[in-house]
Design a protein around this ligand. Structure first.
Ligand code: FA5
Length: 344
């Protein structure tokens, strides 16, 4: 067989075999087999020395061409292998966009926070600002400056957790009234709401918790009347329980307001006819309120002959219970997701 024929046969064989390579590793083996030091091509080249000087240039040209062709086979097979690899990867990683997504549970605001924020927005809309105070309070602000001196029997209305003789967990949000009046040094009108946590030594049952939330309101100005209080609370009741709600004021007693009232809202469940929610009365009690007592104004630096004020305080849990028909206050604090999750 002439060298030309040998080269031709080697090219054809290489073409067939290189096509069969399925990986870069197999392809490297092929490269070594044909073009390596001990490969077919090297053995043909070794015959160069037997040729005459005239034959050598033609031989050189033919072998170079053959080498080039084999390299091209290898390169093109390399592309084929790499494409196949990408194709396989794409198949493997194929995303089915029609599959339904995985469900990631996410949280939401607790019902009490929702009601607190809703009330805040409502009162901000009426020109109030939000004031907060500490949960550990001094006796003077929690009681004394609210017209409840140390031996006052009405202290029993709010059984307290004392920390020292003079500090306690605040029993209501009313001390924030005192703090705000003292800050303003009797100079400026006041229009605030004070939301926050309060604590009482009440035994936990369906309607009482030792820790609960209140929202307090205080307005002090030169021409503030009971009619302003009533109008404000009527608007708040409508916002909370619906446009057709009515309110009524009943005489009551708080040491820090005079006169004092309990405020009832007409029952949102029966519209006032009487049902199990309003205990057949048609009315539901929602908060305590009144005109700020002269002693309270005076003790916090406001001149009662110039200024008058009204104040109110509501329990946020009680509002939530009435609004959503929740019959046990403990449900707010036991963190059962089946309960909490109902109020998204
Ligand atoms: C007060 O705390 C007064 N500071 C409210 C006030 C402010 C009156 C300004 C006048 C002027 P009372 O003790 O009634 O009032 O509590 C207010 C509300 O807190 C109640 O209507 C009730 O909704 C809620 N509340 C009282 N005790 C508890 C308790 N143990 N658990 C849950 N909510 C309670």
């Amino acid at each position: 067989m002439s060298v030309k024929e040998q080269l031709q046969a080697m090219k054809e064989q290489a073409k067939e075999q290189i096509k069969l390579a399925r990986s870069i590793h197999e392809l490297n083996d092929m490269k070594a087999k044909y073009l390596g030091k001990k490969g077919s091509f090297a053995s043909i080249m070794s015959k160069m020395k037997d040729l005459s000087p005239e034959e050598r240039p033609t031989f050189g040209k033919l072998t170079n061409e053959a080498k080039q062709v084999i390299l091209e086979y290898i390169e093109s097979q390399k592309e084929v292998i790499e494409l196949a690899k990408i194709e396989a990867k794409l198949q493997e990683e194929k995303i089915d966009v029609t599959l339904s997504g995985r469900h990631f549970p996410h949280g939401h605001l607790h019902l009490l926070t929702q009601i607190k924020r809703d009330m805040e927005e409502f009162f901000i809309g009426m020109g109030y600002t939000i004031k907060e105070g500490p949960e550990i309070e001094i006796d003077e602000y929690n009681f004394e400056k609210l017209n409840l001196p140390k031996d006052h029997p009405a202290r029993d209305m709010q059984d307290s957790f004392y920390i020292t003789d003079n500090t306690l967990l605040r029993t209501h949000t009313s001390p924030v009234q005192v703090r705000t009046m003292l800050e303003d040094e009797g100079k400026n009108p006041i229009k605030i709401i004070c939301p926050g946590k309060v604590y009482r030594r009440d035994d936990d049952d369906a309607t009482h918790s030792h820790q609960f939330m209140q929202l307090e309101g205080l307005v002090v100005d030169e021409k503030t009347t009971m009619a302003d209080l009533k109008g404000t609370l009527h608007a708040a009741a409508k916002h909370l329980f619906g446009e057709s709600r009515e309110i009524r004021l009943r005489p009551s007693y708080f040491p820090f307001t005079e006169p004092s009232v309990e405020v009832d809202v007409s029952c949102h469940n029966c519209g006032g006819k009487g049902c199990h929610i309003c205990k057949q009365t048609g009315w539901i009690e929602i908060l305590g309120a009144g005109m700020v007592h002269n002693n309270v104004l005076r003790d916090s630096g406001y001149d009662p002959s110039k200024y008058q004020g009204f104040a109110f305080g509501m329990g946020i849990e009680r509002i939530a219970m009435l609004k959503y028909g929740i019959n046990d206050i403990r449900a707010f604090y036991t963190n059962d997701l089946r309960f909490i999750g109902q109020f998204k």
